[in-house]
Each structure stands twice: as C-alpha cells, then as structure tokens.
Design a protein around this ligand. Structure first.
Ligand code: MOS
Length: 748
C-alpha cells in the first residue's frame, strides 16, 4: 500500500451516515413493490409433538386474505434436508418451515397468513386454529447436561479443543493452590434494532428479487435456489442495509422461506416481517455452563488448566462454537485439558452472537484467574503476565503478532490500576462500594477468500464492489477509504457497492473477517487498475513516467507521480486518454496465504479494565468506567473502529448485568420475549468507555495488515465487570447475568 495514505488510518465519518440518518437507506422491510402482499406468521404454542388439526377456515374468510399456507397445502419445496443447508449451517438437518406436522420447538412457524395488508394478515392469523398432540419436551440444560456429547461432526470454521497435554487432573490434585468453579451464562436473544424481514419482489416469469435481512446476499441466494429449485439467475438478492445483525443474519431465517414460498405460489410480491416477540423464535446465544480448574504454585505459576464447557443445541442440528480453547491460548500450563460438549434441548438451534463462544469461555477462565489472584495475593495483571503465552500452544504455532502485553500496560496506565487497593471491599464512597477488576479478551483474526471489482471512469470516479454486507460495522466506509487511497482520489469520488448477489463473490460478513478479506480484495482490484493506468501513461509520447515501475509511483490528487521526483507526473485522465479508454475495470480474487496459515496463528487481543459502584444496601451495580485496550493490527478508521469496540463493550456490560432469556420449562417456551422483560442496557446504564488501540504491526494475518475488530470488544468485558463486582463486594458470582437478587443473596 502507498506510503502517503491520507484516508486509511484517519478517523473518517461513515459514508452511509447521511442516508441512514435521513431515512433514505432502505432496509429489507422497506422496499416497495406494486401489489405487495403481507404475510403474518402463526407460531406453535407447544414445544414438541404434532399438529393434529389445523383450521384456517375463519382466517381465509376474512376479506383481503389471499391464502393461508400450512404444512397441508404448502407448495412443494426441496425434499432432501441437505438442500436447506445454508453456507454457514452447522452439521445436522436444518429446520424446514411448514414441512410436515411435526413440532420441534415452541414458536415454530406453523402457518403463514397472506393478505392485501399487514393488519388484515395479523388479524386473520389470530383466527387460525391449531390443535396439537403434545409430547414430552425438555428445555433445561441442567437436566440434559448428563447427556452432553462431543459433537461427532465438526462445524466448518470451528476449531475443536486441542488434545490434552500432560495430566491436568493429576497436576491439579497435587497443586499447592487450587481453584475450581462452575461458571454459567444465561440464554441471550438477538435484539437488533431491525427485526428480521424479507421483501420478495415478483419480477414475472418466475424471477424474483429478494430483500432480506442477511449478512451475505449470496447465502440467501444459494438457499433460495436450492430450496425452491430455482436457477440462481432467477434469484437476485439485494440487501444494502442491515439494522444490526451480529450473527442473527448469518443464516437465512424462516421469514425468508415463507416470503419466497408465498411469492412464488401467488406470483405476487410478498413481505414477511417478524414482530419483536417473534425475534425470540429462532437463533439465540446458547446457554452454557463452564467448569474451570486451575492448579498453581504459590507464586501464581499455572501447573494445571482444566476447562470444560457444556452448551445447548437443538435436537436437529449440532450447533458449535469455540468456548474453551481461549483458556490455553491465553495461559501456559504444562497440564491442559479442554473439553467442549453440547446437549440437546427442544428449542430452535442456537446460533452465532457477537464473538460466539469467546465471551462465555473467557468469563469462566478470567473469573477463575481472578480467584487465583486473590488466593495467591498476586495482582491480577501480574498473574496474567506470569502465565503469558508467546506461542499458540494449542496448535504449536507462532502468532502473526501479539501485543497483549502492551494492552495490559497501556490499559492499566490509562485506568490508573496502580492506585488500586488489593483487598475486596477496601474502596468505597458514601454508600457505594467501589470495585476495580480486569480481564483479557481474545478473538480470531481471520481472512477469507473474497473477490472484488474496481471500475474507474474518465470522470475520475471509482466504484469498488463486492457481494459482502455492511452490518453496521463500517464496511462501506473502509472500502471507500481503501479505494480512495489506492488511486489517490478524494473519498467523495469513490462509491462502494455491497450486498448484492450480482457482485463479485464474497463470504457472509461475519467472524470479524470482512475488513481483512474485502479490504484486501478491493486493494488488489485497485492495484490492477493502477498498473493499467501506468501502462497507458507510458504509451504517451515522451511520457514523464516512461521508465517508472509501479512501486515507484504515488497516486495522489488524481495523478500518478514519480515518488522520487514529483515534477514527473501524469493525470489519470491523461493516461486513460492515451490508452483510448473511458473506463478501466478490474476484478481480483484474494485468498489468505497458505504458508502463513500453516505456520502462524492470528488472533486479536484486549485488556479490559472495569470500575463498578455497588450500592451496598440495594445491590444495584453501576459500571462507571471501562478502559478497553485492543490490539487488532492496522486500524483502517479509528472512528468506526472505536464504535465497534464501544458496541462490544456495551454488549459485554449487558451480558454481565442485564441479558437473560427466561424459559418456562413446563411450557418449553422463552417467556420474556419483549423489551419490557428482556433487559438490554439503555443510556442510563452506560457511563465512561475508553477505547485504546495499541500499535500492532502485522504483515501475516492479512496482506493489508488488518486483523479485524467487530467482535473483540465484547470479549473479556463481562469477566472484567464480574471481577470488579467481587473486588467491590467480596462476593463471587459465577452465574451471568449478575442481577441484584444474586448480589444480595451471595455470601462474602
Ligand atoms: Mo458474527 S457472530 O460472525 O456476525
């Protein structure tokens, strides 16, 4: 990349900001179509069993109702369950909406009422009568825990725990200092601002355009083509804006199936939008119980590290995430045993939610490390440095880069950690106990195969394009910056196109890999344009750049300039004229370096410091200060990057104190499916959050030096808050969220 890059690394405003705040950005449920019909979903009220009778007569009789779809009259769709397997599906048999009379979970869609308007569809849906033959169900992880199993088939992209090293149980039992605890995290549900929705625009002749809430247009396109037996040419997916997804939009959800089914059957445009309570009828973060055992010397040196996690999955898919591996990525011990198991319950399959698995596993190990710090009398930061890993000992590889030491140091300094008084309950102000706690965060730095296109036109405008999404992370903005710097153009001259199945191929936006992947692809496509421009410039008679190599030229202010002698330059327009072209188009596909992947492990890291104030009589916790120091390689845009960490920290505070989906195990149903009872933080819950990016040079994680940072902000935050609560109160609560009742009931 160029030396004089004025946009990359600078805090730039979001290029999609104006369209978002003025309301011109269109979300899935906002696309219009002539003659649009509206679908409303009827959901199952039992968790397991069969539909014995379904009577849609009253609903169909309502004026304006076009059709009520049920398993009895649905159009034919693919027979084999593998046709329903989307790009990121875990192993198993994906749920097939309206497939037959079997009920697999409470809230499962059992009918779709389609009408001329939304209100009619909703009213008619209330008239659909469904009788069930219920069968016994189980939704309690603590009941099925004994039946947990190691997933027989690995989910693609997930690294299973490493083989045991040494003998962890023996070393633990012989260790002078021992910590043993069970750390649980409640079920959480996705509640992005925009509920899931799909608008299918009927184009005639069996062709459809689909606007779907999805993190990858190609995933929706592939799913629809496979399930409905369509050619991909007949399915165009355009979803330019996503009102938050955080993993809930990685897999196509059932409203997509229902909307496409209805549109194809009625030969008419159809929209299906889920309600806020229906957002609780699909993907959620799996309830997880961790068991951690630490054996150490009195000086804090770890001898044994045991971490087991058991998480829920559905009966039909083996959902998996990385929960336990983080422990031994962070800390060295000669004796390590990590286990990850899943147990089936009668709910929909859990799914990815921001940094899937990592905040759960780090809550456990970072709480246990905090307990070890108190047991040994060693400062929590010092304890972590004492057991620091220089290599990825799970895979026996070097890191592409790891500036975690700097995160601890810079974070502690900014926070004022050295002024901490070590004893629990030793800091107070008025009726509030003050607690300072810290924890470590770690997340994968991945890059994935991605294609991008760059088109430069003679008016000096550049368009860069790839099919991936911008789920709010700032992808439009960073790709615009990369394109602008690659060709020395102002950002206003550059347009980024995303989230369209007709664009060059890209994986879903997820896993924090998009900046590294799409960024590298756009950079590579622009490089071809640069080379072409130079070739044209060299065709000019007496070209000032006649003997220049591409790396000797700087692209700036709409010109190519010889870096060593800026008096020698050619404008881009002049070069294109010399080449006799009015546009240059290039497409490039980039893949991660196989050699680097084989030899190195790539992770981002963070150190999170938290201050809480706990009202001693009421048990009310305020998280008054967070400092999150992040090492994530090159930061393309400190402004959008900071927003990502802020969002992650807020979510981490939420995980620590607020979020919890309650299940009525008798009904097998999530009960608090609304914002009155499912708590997320509001402004009053959030105080000071300080984000620091430490310098981290990385030339191996991705060619552009980027490691990604959409997810690292949540990791470690809940643990830091829990540790601060212990420091304030002397009460160790190993069960998230840490609600007032738990604080009041806990013993010191
Ligand atoms: Mo992320 S949980 O891969 O959207």
């Amino acid at each position: 990349m160029l030396k004089n890059d004025p946009h990359i690394g600078s805090p730039r405003n979001r290029v999609d900001g104006p369209s978002k705040v003025t309301g011109t950005a269109k979300y899935a449920a906002e696309f219009e179509a002539p003659d649009l019909a509206y679908g409303y979903v009827v959901s199952s009220s039992v968790a397991r069993g069969r539909i014995s009778r379904i009577d849609a007569g009253d609903a169909e009789a309502v004026p304006g109702v076009l059709k009520v779809f049920t398993h009895e009259n649905r159009p034919r769709t693919a027979w084999f369950s593998h046709n329903y397997q989307d790009e990121v599906a875990p192993p198993g048999k994906p749920f097939r909406p309206l497939y037959d009379n079997e009920i697999q979970y409470s809230g499962q869609p059992v009918a779709l009422v389609v009408a001329d308007d939304f209100e009619t569809a909703r009213y008619a849906a209330s008239l659909v009568r469904v009788d069930y033959e219920a069968e016994p169900h189980e939704t309690d992880l603590r009941v099925v825990r004994a039946k947990a199993y190691v997933p027989p088939k690995k989910r693609s992209g997930i690294t299973p725990p490493p083989k045991p090293r040494g003998d962890a149980m023996k070393a633990y039992s012989e260790a002078p200092v021992r910590i043993w605890g069970e750390y649980a995290i409640a079920t959480e549900h996705h509640n992005p601002m925009e509920p899931h929705a799909t608008t299918v625009v009927w184009q005639g002749d069996g062709k459809i355009t689909v606007h779907d809430k999805i993190q990858g247009a190609l995933n929706t396109q592939g799913y629809v083509a496979n399930v409905f037996g369509l050619s991909k040419d007949d399915v165009r997916v355009i979803s330019p804006f996503i009102g938050g997804a955080f993993g809930s939009g990685l897999r196509p959800q059932y409203q997509l199936f229902l909307a496409v089914m209805a549109a194809l059957d009625l030969e008419r445009s159809v929209r299906v939008e889920l309600t806020r309570d229906q957002m609780f009828t699909f993907v959620h973060r799996p309830e997880t119980i961790n068991t951690v055992g630490l054996g150490a010397n009195p000086d804090g040196t770890l001898l044994a590290l045991k971490h087991e996690a058991v998480a829920v999955t559905s009966r039909f898919e083996d959902y998996q995430e990385v929960v336990v591996n983080w422990s031994s990525l962070l800390y060295h011990a000669d004796n390590v045993e990590l286990t990850y198991k899943i147990a089936q319950v009668d709910t929909y399959t859990p799914g990815d939610m921001r940094a899937p698995g990592a905040p759960l596993g780090t809550f456990a190990v970072e709480s246990a490390m905090d307990e070890l710090a108190y047991a040994t009398g060693i400062d929590p930061v010092q304890l972590r440095l004492r057991n620091y890993t220089e290599r990825d000992e799970n895979e026996n590889k070097a890191y592409t880069s790891k500036e975690l030491r700097a995160c601890y140091q810079v974070g502690a300094e900014r926070f004022g950690w050295s002024k901490r008084s070590a004893e629990p309950r030793s800091m107070r102000e008025g009726r509030e106990l003050i607690g300072w706690g810290m924890a470590t965060g770690v997340w994968e730095a991945q890059m994935n195969k991605t294609s991008a296109r760059a088109v430069l036109t003679i008016d000096g405008k550049l368009e860069v394009a790839t099919a991936t999404a911008d789920i709010g992370t700032g992808t439009y903005t960073i790709l615009t910056q990369i394109g602008a710097d690659a060709l020395g153009l102002p950002m206003e001259n550059v347009t980024a196109l995303l989230a369209d199945s007709a664009l060059p191929k890209s994986p879903v936006e997820g896993g924090s890999w998009t900046a590294a992947s799409a960024g590298t692809a756009v950079d590579a496509a622009c490089r071809i344009v640069r080379e072409q421009l130079l070739a044209y410039a060299q065709k000019m008679d007496g070209s000032p750049l006649a003997d220049a190599m591409i790396d000797q030229v700087t692209f700036t202010n709409g010109s190519m300039v010889l870096t060593a002698d800026p008096s020698r330059s050619v404008t881009l327009v002049a070069a294109m004229k010399a080449g006799g072209v009015d546009r240059i188009e290039a497409q490039e596909t980039v893949s991660p370096s196989k050699i680097n992947q084989q030899s190195y492990s790539a992770y981002t890291h963070s150190a999170v410091f938290a201050e809480v104030r706990v009202d001693e009589e009421l048990g009310v916790v305020r998280v008054t200060r967070i400092v999150n120091a992040v090492a994530a390689g090159r930061i393309l845009n400190p402004k959008t990057a900071r927003s990502q960490i802020l969002g992650g920290v807020v979510w981490g505070i939420s995980m620590a104190l607020h979020e919890e989906t309650f299940t009525d195990h008798n009904l097998g149903r999530f009960m608090n499916h609304n914002f009155a009872e499912y708590h997320v933080p509001v402004n009053a819950d959030i105080h000071d959050i300080d984000v620091i990016f430490v310098d981290e040079h990385d030339d191996k994680a991705s060619p552009i030096g980027v490691k990604g940072l959409g997810e690292i902000g949540i990791v470690g935050t809940a643990a830091a808050v829990a540790n601060a609560i212990y420091h304030a109160t002397g009460k160790r609560i190993r069960d998230l969220p840490i609600t007032i009742d738990k604080i009041l009931a806990a013993q010191e």
